[in-house]
Each structure stands twice: as C-alpha cells, then as structure tokens.
Write a protein that binds this ligand. Structure first.
Ligand code: RBF
Length: 156
C-alpha cells in the first residue's frame, strides 16, 4: 500500500480567506506538472484560499525551484509556497543530482524563511509512474501538497 492519501475534505479549521500562497511550477515534463498544478490550485480553493490569493510562477526546471520559492517566500504577504516539479530518471546520473539538490534546497529554505515551503516534486523512474501520481490511479500529489501547506498554517 502506498502512503496515506491526504485529500481535501471540507474547509480548513482556520480562516484562509486572507492567506496568500505561491505555487512555483517547473516546466520540464509539463504534462505532469500542469496536472499537479491543477490539483494544488483546485484543492487550495476548495480549502478556502481565494483564487486571487494563489500566485503562480513558472521556472524552467526543478533545479530552479528553490531559488524562485525563496524569492516568493521573502515577500511579506506570502504565507506559504508549493514547489511543483517532476524529475524522471534517465540514462545518466543527473536524476540523483537534481533530486538531491532540490530536496535539500527546499528543506533548507523552510528553516531559513520560517514559512512552509512544500516539496511537491515527483521523482520517478518513468513517465507512467509520474502520471499515476498526477491525477491517475495513485491520486494527485499536487492536491496533497495543498493540503500539506494548509496543515502547516493550521499548526503555526
Ligand atoms: N528538470 C526537471 O524538472 N525534470 C527533469 O526530469 C529534468 N531532467 C534533466 C536532465 C538533464 C540531463 C538536464 C541537464 C537537466 C534536466 N532538468 C530536468 C532541468 C534542470 O532541472 C534545470 O532546469 C537545468 O539543469 C538548468 O539548471
């Protein structure tokens, strides 16, 4: 059994109508990252975040996610950031370098900025695995990222 799915069930316990969330989206494997973005955007709205308070920024690839997330998180009015990406294993070791750099960069940013910066990055062996997690049979990890940022705002 894969990990527990965290799906949207009703509104958040806190008032999210004045919360502003940035979603940073990597353009590599955009069929996957667009589906993840849609999942995150719809879930944030369903939980109570106003559409006008969801700010989207695109970056070329996942490696660029931490810096763009930092730029967004540094803005006073941004309460949290969701990083969306999809890194698919190829024939060379780039996969390991990119995944490690992004995961470490995002984690470091959480502690530096003191705001929730969510790791919504798929790291898969192939496109099929990615699509299964981007609205396919294993749910939508973008939606889970939205639930996660709201849970972090609820406990802060
Ligand atoms: N970015 C992704 O978001 N997903 C990928 O699967 C991906 N594969 C890459 C493979 C190679 C060989 C290279 C050089 C880059 C890849 N990138 C990928 C882009 C990377 O995140 C970044 O945008 C570029 O390396 C420029 O800094």
């Amino acid at each position: 059994m894969a990990g527990t799915l965290k799906t949207v069930s009703g509104k958040s316990k806190i008032n999210l109508s004045n919360k502003k969330i940035a979603i940073v989206v990597a353009e590599w494997n955009e069929d996957v990252t667009e589906a993840l973005f849609d999942g995150a955007h719809q879930a944030l709205h369903a939980l109570g975040v106003k559409k006008s308070n969801i700010i989207r920024v695109n970056v070329p690839g996942s490696f660029e996610l931490p810096l763009a997330a930092q730029w967004m998180a540094e803005k006073k009015d941004i309460d949290g950031v969701i990083c969306i990406g999809c890194v698919i294993q190829g024939d060379t070791p780039h996969f390991d370098y990119i995944c490690q750099a992004v995961a470490y960069g995002v984690m470091k940013l959480n502690l530096k900025i003191n705001k929730p910066i969510i790791f919504g990055v798929l790291t898969t062996l192939n496109k099929k695995q990615a699509l299964e997690r981007a609205g396919g049979k294993l749910g939508n990890k973008g939606e889970e990222a939205a639930v996660t940022v709201v849970k972090m705002l609820e406990i802060h």
